[in-house]
Structures are given as structure tokens and as C-alpha cells.
Design a protein around this ligand. Sequence first.
Ligand code: 9UX
Length: 65
Amino acid sequence: MIELKIEGATCNGCVKSIEKALTQVKGVEGVSFSLETKLAQITGNADKEALTEAVEMAGFDVIES
Ligand code: 9UX
């Protein structure tokens, strides 16, 4: 599992945007993002750089990976 800490999400719409962006990355099987912990948990076999890029393209910042 890959974990990314993401800054900038403030509502459930943001959660959906992040989960949608991550889900579309090649190799991703499952995504769960928590507004409380700011942690995205990603299962499958995806490239961390590609995941980070997808989050940033969606308008959020990865602050730890
Ligand atoms: Mo809700 Mo999150 O309108 O940007 S989607 S704050």
C-alpha cells in the first residue's frame, strides 16, 4: 500500500476529487482518502510520482509521500 499526505482538501467534494484523480492512475486498485488524517491510502501497483502528479493536477498538494 502507498500512503500520501495531501494538503488542501476541506470538504467531501475535495475527497471525491482526490479519490477520482488517484483512481485514474495506472495500476491503482483501491483508494481511500481521509479528510481528518489527510492521508490517502492507495492499493495496487502504481508509481508514486504518477500518483503525486495526479493529485497536483487536481489542485491539491502532496506534502509527504
Ligand atoms: Mo467543496 Mo472542496 O465545494 O474544494 S470541493 S471545498
